[in-house]
Design a binder for this molecule. Structure first.
Ligand code: ATP
Length: 258
């Protein structure tokens, strides 16, 4: 395993979703959702496609506003004027990475650090440290996103989220495009980061096993509502509905060897 990254322990950020609803045209993406994410906690958001997971992250980041209800950051209502300051404290990976195509991987990683006044040398050193952590091959830092594989782009997106020691990490399917071996390694690395550093982590994943590996708390969404909020064992042993039972059972097991 690689050396742990040079990131400082932080107290995290407490996020609250207070009776938030969000519609996109006729689609109700979230319906009066109430969720608390304590400072320093790790939570996995799971659910079928279209259940509202990414919408929760977008609202927490201020990328979108709820139609009713509100988001609270450390108890304080998130207003549009606070969004920029919040984003500087939060590392996030949106689905598909969201890298700027006209910047190299290093250019993408450098955006926030440059704004914060880091030297070129400091940026390069930090990027190389995170490249070692995420097993990004040497040389990839100087390539453009179109010259990287999907898995490499995802690693750069993850590195970008970690660059400036954020207080919280909001990750939308951060390992989705990785091959199984790298995914497994990065699951271990990320778990180590989540456990050691006291950040608030909210990770969206389709993979129940990955959710259970990352987080003691799983929040299962369906059609914009929370259907169960608890540990993997609670979901498995005491499903709140037939849907939860089917969701847990639907995870494919490896075939038994004869
Ligand atoms: N910008 C948008 N315009 C229209 N509809 C949207 C928009 N964003 C989300 N939706 C709809 O809102 C619902 C919730 O979307 P969301 O992206 O939060 O789901 P999700 O659980 O993250 O899905 P997936 O696992 O497929 O990423 C879906 O029905 C989606 O089609």
């Amino acid at each position: 395993m690689s050396a742990p990254p040079d990131v400082e322990t932080t107290a995290g950020i407490a996020f609250t979703v207070e009776l938030a609803s969000k519609r996109y045209g006729k689609v109700c993406a979230l319906d009066r959702i109430e969720l608390d994410f304590a400072a320093g906690s790790t939570t996995a958001l799971i659910g079928s496609s279209g259940s509202g997971k990414s919408t929760v992250l977008r609202l927490l980041l201020g990328l979108d506003q709820p139609d009713s209800g509100c988001i609270r950051i450390d108890g304080r209502r998130l207003e549009p004027a606070d969004v920029l300051a919040l984003r500087r404290r939060v590392g996030y990976v949106i689905q598909d990475g969201g890298l700027f195509p006209h910047l190299t991987a290093l250019g993408n990683l450098a955006l926030l650090p440059q704004y914060l006044g880091w030297s070129r040398e400091h940026i390069r050193t930090r990027a190389e440290e995170l490249a070692a952590l995420t097993h990004l091959p040497p040389g990839a830092l100087d390539r453009y996103p179109a010259e990287l594989s999907g898995g490499q782009r995802q690693r750069v997106a993850l590195m970008r989220a970690l660059m400036a020691n954020p207080d919280a990490l909001l990750l939308d399917e951060p390992l989705g495009a990785l091959d199984p071996i790298v995914r497994h390694e990065l699951q271990n690395e990320l778990k180590h980061i989540f456990d050691q550093l006291g950040k608030t982590v909210i990770v969206v994943t389709h993979d129940l096993a990955e959710a259970a590996w990352f987080a003691d708390r799983l929040v299962l969404l369906r059609r914009g509502a929370v259907v169960q909020d608890g540990s993997f064992e609670e979901l498995r042993d005491h499903p709140a509905s037939d849907f939860v039972r089917r969701f847990v059972e639907a995870q494919r097991r490896l075939p038994e060897t004869p």
